[in-house]
Design a protein around this ligand. Sequence first.
Ligand code: SF4
Length: 197
Amino acid sequence: MTKKEKLEVLYEETCDCMNCKLCTTRKNYVFGEGSPDAKIMFIGEAPGREEDEIGKPFVGRSGKLLTGIIEKGMQIKRDDVYISNIVKCRPTINLEGKTDRAPEKDEINNCCFILEKQIEIIKPKVIVTLGNPATKFILNTKQGITKIHGIFGEYKNIKVMPIYHPSYILRNGGEKSPLKKDVWEDIKKVLTYLKEI
Ligand code: SF4
């Protein structure tokens, strides 16, 4: 089977998942998207409201910022990387679904097998974790993103670069945020690493 076919099988096997309570409030299961042959995989924490509506990862304001980092900054087409989250259904604070929240431990524990399988199939050269929950899960660390962004870690022999989550940048000045410079410095390390291997 090709990587594409393996991802399709995984999607079919998991798209009706009811392993945790988030299945009761989701509108759409957000599996992830991009190239099955991607060298870089971006991993965020969970779908938000817009992602839940559309069924695709990073399509809202954060997604626009992430797409800018990939396409304008890295000069790579968004379709050539792979983008996903540690949980595949949107965590909300209440049943009205008005407010996003970070995924809880039990939700991550129940869902992570899907992401682990995606990584195993795609075999990226670099994983870029976006923000605290994704970084803590992938690197199995308690350290916060402000301390470890820009420092390569490793997940099953794959290099991992933690960077700030786009939504954190939006909450801290947006386009003019000084955090954008940090993100760019961190991303440059990924580009240098990919050139060297
Ligand atoms: S978040 Fe993950 S574990 Fe929970 S229902 Fe959705 S797919 Fe299943």
